[in-house]
Design a binder for this molecule. Structure first.
Ligand code: ZN
Length: 331
């Protein structure tokens, strides 16, 4: 299942290929892949004649701001009609110090706007959630259709954005013009802060874990606590923190919470730099696997020697998910 680093990688890839090309048509092969509007015909009709201004990521959601094609100069500058919106984006700062190269990559590409900034756009928005097995691929329209192709969006120049989804849990939304994105993509309202945002501090994490009788693993998977982590990176974060996944929130010390906070940022940054994982059937928009898999500490390494102490990695069932850890390095 794609998690924050994979979705971020896809988002950056999409920003390199889709902007400023007219959407000239499409084909919905599975109606249930379109969450809104109800009619797939309406979905395609609304997108036709528009272009993608820019993709953003929020949690595991991909959100593309649309503009009418061709956009006038002024419109290209600010599809949401006003310098105020862009100024807010420009003023966004990361609280956590990260190296300057990554900082510029993040701010220059697809790092999300702060929550609440997915405001109305003159031409609407396109939303995508990949869920378990969704893939977005940028291909030539003549490329043979795979069995699980669900939605095709045709762009000028015989290019295509192809949504392929074996398990069919993935969804797409068209958000009408002049509408807040979260009014259509309602799951956005439930998301907690972004890991790289100002809001995500050790104090915040402490408040959320303090006195809670649930495991830290379950807490890290809770999208309303923190947006973007899933099973793979939750296990990796807890290994890097040296904390057993079953530890209850209430039993964590201030020092342990501090370690978890920095491990979240460190693990996600590293995964973004590596371009995602090979754990699932995740592919980037060019159809190439990411390469975090080779450096996983514990995820999917049951029985293999710990990279730090050589003890066999163990697996348990926790929060209804497979959970991997080192019984020696994690306490
Ligand atoms: Zn170990």
């Amino acid at each position: 299942m794609p998690e924050l680093p994979e979705v971020e990688t896809i988002c950056r890839g999409l920003n390199q290929v889709t902007p400023d090309r007219e959407i000239v048509g499409g084909d919905v092969l599975l109606n249930s892949s379109i969450a809104r509007p109800i009619s797939a015909t309406d979905f395609l009709a609304k997108l036709q004649g528009k272009s993608i201004f820019r993709w953003y990521r929020r949690g595991k959601y991909l959100l593309a701001e649309l503009s009418q094609f061709p956009a006038g100069e002024g419109e290209r500058e600010s599809a949401r009609g006003g310098d105020g919106e862009m100024g807010r984006w420009g003023d966004f700062r990361f609280q956590t110090p990260i190296d300057s190269q990554l900082d510029s990559q993040l701010s220059a590409s697809s790092f999300p706007l702060p929550p609440g900034s997915f405001g109305p756009s003159k031409a609407g928005w396109l939303g995508v959630h990949l869920r378990m097995t969704g893939q977005l691929l940028w291909v030539d329209r003549s490329e043979p259709l795979p069995k699980h192709a669900r939605v095709r969006l045709f762009f000028e120049g015989n290019k295509e954005l192809r949504f392929v989804d074996q398990r069919t849990f993935g969804q797409m939304w068209y958000v009408p013009a002049q509408t807040e994105v979260a009014n259509t993509v309602t799951g956005l309202k439930l998301l907690g802060p972004e890991p790289f945002s100002e809001e995500f501090t050790t104090a915040y994490l402490t408040r959320k874990l303090h006195r809670r009788r649930r495991s830290i693993k379950a807490a890290l998977l809770d999208q309303s606590l923190l947006a973007g982590l899933g099973n793979i990176y939750a296990d990796e974060v807890l290994f890097v923190s040296g904390i057993l996944p079953a530890t209850l929130g209430a039993d964590l010390t201030a020092e342990q919470i501090e370690r978890i906070h920095s491990a979240i940022i460190q693990v996600l940054q590293k995964a973004i730099e590596s371009g995602g994982t090979t754990f699932s059937n995740y592919l980037n928009v060019q159809g190439v696997n990411g390469n975090y898999g080779g450096v996983a500490w514990v995820y999917n390494r049951t029985g293999q020697p710990c990279r730090q102490c050589s003890s066999p990695i163990e697996r348990i069932r926790l929060a209804a998910r497979s959970t991997h850890f080192c019984p020696q390095c994690q306490h």
